[in-house]
Design a protein around this ligand. Structure first.
Ligand code: ATP
Ligand code: MG
Ligand code: FE
Length: 350
């Protein structure tokens, strides 16, 4: 089926068009720059940007794909989780399109969409085998840090754990700010960490103690780490010394990555699932990808990392999930669904 996907859960206005598992276009506008001076995504600003960008992005996507809007078989749209106002813009647009075109609509879960992106990779690179299930998925971005057990993409997704405070990307953004670096923090931390010693300071690994591993085995916590970096920097400055930026950045980054991978690999091992899929904007981190390869190799786990354009929020992954639902024979959503900012990971379709 030819499916147009709409993604507006955060700061990306993403429109993707797929035919089955084939990617035809993936256009994205981001309001990232507008949020820079606030140091994080401002919901109202993101929602207004979606309003401005949706129509131009839909035009660009259909033109890139070489199709007419009337040609699509279905519309897929993210209806949660994410920022309410931002989601509402995408949901409203998707419903309007579906009604105007007389086409079915599939309201889908953003997190499961990140997993669905994988099907497009197989088609793009014929060397890769389709992802087998069950698989563990680690999704890390500015808004989420979730560990999922995906038994079946369209029918069985379980949330194993998630962050109990900041998301991993948010931690990068906040620590960058502490170090006096601009937003978004991830790429900035990466830049200054070059040549730094990752073992210079042993920052705390949240929820990794013995007792935490009992009750929060698959949960994440980054706010203690952030506070610890802040305190270290403050004490160093108070002592009249210069902060060794490269070492602090490298040590912080190592702590985040260590926590993420330790828990993801533990989930694979505990549950006997030798497959790990990564997704989300933080996957742009080269050190994370490097260490992921090392750790999964050592544990005999097959690692999947979609290309970055499919890791950050995008419409193609939403279209791909919609197409998978259709191919599995799922009925379309009825128009009564609305944006659900706290949609649980286990609810795949609305
Ligand atoms: P959502 O949470 O809905 O997926 P988002 O817009 O917050 O959306 P993304 O756009 O996928 O998330 O990712 C942005 C986040 O990724 C930011 O927090 C940014 O700091 C982080 N990031 C980007 N590049 C890197 C990097 N090289 N290392 C670490 N973090 C990075
Ligand atoms: Mg983003
Ligand atoms: Fe996302």
């Amino acid at each position: 089926p030819l499916v147009l996907g709409i993604e507006t859960s955060c700061d990306e206005t993403g429109i993707g068009i797929v035919r089955g598992t084939r990617l035809l276009s993936n256009t994205i506008a981001s309001s990232m720059d507008e949020h820079a001076r606030y140091g994080g995504v401002v919901p109202e600003v993101a929602a207004r940007a979606h309003l401005e960008e949706l129509v131009p992005m839909i035009r660009a996507a259909t033109s890139d794909a070489g199709i007419r809007l009337e040609d699509v078989d279905a519309i897929a749209v993210t209806y949660g989780p994410g920022l309410s106002g931002a989601l509402m813009v995408g949901v409203g647009a998707a419903k309007a399109l579906a009604i105007a075109l007389g086409k079915p609509i599939y309201a889908v879960n953003h997190l499961v969409g990140h997993v669905g992106a994988d099907v497009l990779q197989t088609e793009a690179d014929p060397g890769t085998e389709p992802l087998e299930y069950p698989t563990i998925a680690l999704l890390v971005s500015g808004g989420h840090t979730s560990l999922l057990l995906v038994r079946d993409l369209v029918s069985d997704v379980e949330l194993l754990g998630e962050t109990i405070d900041d998301a991993a990307g948010e931690a990068f953004d906040k620590v960058a700010r502490i170090l006096g670096l601009p937003y978004p923090g991830g790429p900035q931390i990466d830049r200054v960490a070059v040549g730094g010693d990752p073992a210079f300071i042993r920052f705390p690994r949240g929820l990794s103690h013995h007792k935490d591993m009992e009750h929060h085995r698959y949960d994440f916590s980054f706010s203690g780490l952030k506070t610890s970096v802040a305190r270290w920097v403050e004490q160093t400055r108070d002592a009249g010394e210069t902060v060794p930026l490269a070492d602090v950045a490298a040590s912080f980054r190592e702590a985040v990555i260590d926590i993420l991978l330790t828990k993801a690999v533990a989930a694979c091992t505990d549950l006997g699932v030798p497959r790990l899929l990564l997704g989300g904007g933080v996957i742009a981190n080269a050190r994370l990808r490097e260490l992921a390869v090392e750790r999964t190799d050592a544990a005999g786990i097959a690692l999947r990392i979609p290309p970055l354009s499919l890791c950050t929020d995008n419409g193609a992954m939403i279209a791909a999930l919609g197409a998978q639902l259709i191919m599995a024979g799922h009925e379309p959503s009825t128009l009564v669904f609305g944006a659900d900012s706290t949609l649980p990971a286990s609810v795949i379709q609305g």
